[in-house]
Write a protein that binds this ligand. Structure first.
Ligand code: PGA
Length: 242
């Protein structure tokens, strides 16, 4: 199975201008030319068209960081899954813990977004988040039940788990914990008949990426801060080589 390396630029200062996306692509593309895994750049809405234009002749996929929970209509300020599809976007991050914490998104909302993303042919990266390890064990089954409600096993869905204490803090989980959590999620998915890839996210850096992929068995990585530097992110995308 191809691994997934997903950059999440967020509303970072480094990507305020359109030119920053152009500069990023120029540096990044030659560094990942030989990568056979799935490499995804998730950019702020306003830069998606530019990102699609920059990566058009490459294998790098462009993703959004969110989409609306409604299909179309009078929802001022929202961006629909259909709009993303028409803009050439292929992937969408859904239910990131920052969306859950700051914008009140719950699993029911994430499931609505997921259904629309699939309807419009986008690959959803569904984030599971938890505050503590105990909370993870307690909430995992419910989170999966509700976010994956009515999703059939042949759909193209990616799952990412991110403990909130590891996001943007430099306090990544240890590889043993990532191994354990990955296995638990995979087992639960299997019980439901799914075989979706399971990614880890939270303070992934070039120096810990390989452990998560090679030793902990994660199917990929969701990367915030370190993805803003094209060289660092390219190192992460090539971490499992040889
Ligand atoms: P981080 O963010 O890599 O900066 O911890 C991860 C994420 O929020 O997806």
């Amino acid at each position: 199975m191809k691994k997934w390396y997903i950059a999440n630029f967020k509303m970072s200062k480094e990507v305020e201008s359109e030119q920053s996306i152009v500069n990023y692509a120029e540096k990044f593309i030659p560094l990942v030319e030989d990568v056979e895994d799935n490499v995804v750049i998730c950019a702020p809405y306003i830069h998606l068209s530019e990102a699609v234009a920059q990566f058009i002749d490459t294998d790098v996929l462009v993703g959004a960081e969110n989409c609306a929970m409604w299909e179309a209509g009078a929802y001022t300020g929202e961006i629909s899954a259909a709009m993303l599809d028409k803009a050439g976007v292929k992937v969408v991050i859904l239910g990131h813990s920052e969306r859950r914490n700051y914008f009140g998104e719950d699993n029911t909302i994430v499931n609505k977004k997921l259904t629309l993303a699939l309807k419009y042919g986008l690959i959803p990266v569904v984030c599971l988040s938890f505050e503590t390890e105990d909370a993870f064990k307690e909430t995992l089954k419910d989170q999966l039940d509700s976010v994956l409600k009515d999703v059939s096993a042949d759909e193209n869905v990616v799952i990412a788990f991110e403990p909130t204490f590891a996001i943007g803090t430099g306090k990544a989980l240890g590889k043993e914990e990532v191994k354990q959590f990955t296995k638990q999620i995979k087992d639960q998915l299997k019980d439901k008949g799914y075989d979706f890839p399971v990614l880890y996210g939270g303070s992934v850096k070039p120096d810990n990426a390989k452990d998560f992929i090679v030793e902990a068995g994660a199917d990929g990585l969701l990367v915030g801060g370190a993805s803003l530097d094209p060289e660092k992110f390219a190192e992460i995308c090539t971490c499992a080589k040889d």
